[in-house]
Design a protein around this ligand. Structure first.
Ligand code: PEP
Length: 255
């Protein structure tokens, strides 16, 4: 395992929280706290917050991401946002296939793949989420499912484009529940995702891909999680809404 080949990424996922003025205030509060980070720092924010977030983050080490992207370039897709729209607004990252989108908005492995391709074809960095439910884990399907979801999401993604892909292993049972995977469970899940990449692209390539853990990561447990060889940072929901907590996670990933 070659952790040193990969840069850790700590990405906040604000979900449906913060108005534009609240976004500005929170980013202003975060900027001095994360300025010395030795990892990439990203905030994925609601579409409506993007202009305020981009403006507030200007000149800092905080990059702005979106929480979703549509796979078509333009057209009759009411309520959707395209890659070009995100690019022009100053977005650099986008979360794709979050379990809440799979659960509440009928995302499938096919649409996750299309959205991933739309992102990387536009030069955006895609944070692609995969993860098993508690039932799937208890049935013993975790490895099979994580490998399947990872490979499906990456269908037709070239080796070159893989440089703009981050995989986020997010066990569904750990998201927003306060139940965190143990560090060993996180390491194992991330390892399954990396193994799927190795099967598709080769071991050398797989060693270069950032694989985050996400699921109730917080200021208290981050250090133990990110210390694991397969855990290259985290995708953070609840704890990314508090400047101090988020900055502690960023510091943990910078060690
Ligand atoms: C997430 O939204 O991706 C997430 C991991 O949420 P939380 O940290 O709140 O579990």
């Amino acid at each position: 395992m070659k952790k040193e080949l990969r840069r850790a990424v700590i990405a906040g996922n604000w979900k449906m929280n913060n108005t534009p003025s609240q976004a500005k205030a929170l980013i202003e509060e975060m900027k001095p706290l994360v300025k010395d980070a030795d990892c990439d720092v990203v905030l994925c924010v609601p579409f409506i917050d993007i202009p305020a977030a981009v403006e507030a983050a200007k000149g800092s080490n905080i990059k702005i991401g979106a929480e979703n992207i549509h796979f078509k370039a333009s057209g009759a897709y009411t309520g959707e946002i395209s890659a070009d729209m995100l690019k022009e607004a100053g977005v650099e990252y986008v979360v794709v296939g979050h379990s809440e989108r799979r659960q509440y908005f009928a995302e499938t492995d096919q649409t996750v793949n299309l959205r991933t391709l739309a992102a990387v074809n536009a030069g955006l960095k895609a944070i692609v989420c995969v993860g098993e439910t508690l039932e799937q884990r208890e049935l013993g399907y975790t490895e099979t499912l994580l490998k399947y979801q990872t490979k499906m999401a990456l269908t037709n993604v070239t080796k070159e484009q893989l440089k703009n892909i981050i995989i986020a292993y997010e066990p569904v049972w750990a998201i927003g529940t306060g139940v965190t995977a143990t560090a060993d469970q996180a390491d194992e899940g991330n390892g399954f995702c990396r193994a799927a990449i190795a099967e598709a692209y080769g071991e050398d390539v797989a060693q270069t891909v950032t694989v985050q853990y996400g699921g109730s990561m917080n200021a208290k447990n981050a250090e133990e999680l990110v210390a694991k060889v397969n855990v290259d940072g985290g995708l953070i929901g609840g704890a990314s809404l508090k400047a101090e907590d988020f900055s502690i996670i960023v510091k943990a990933a910078s060690k």
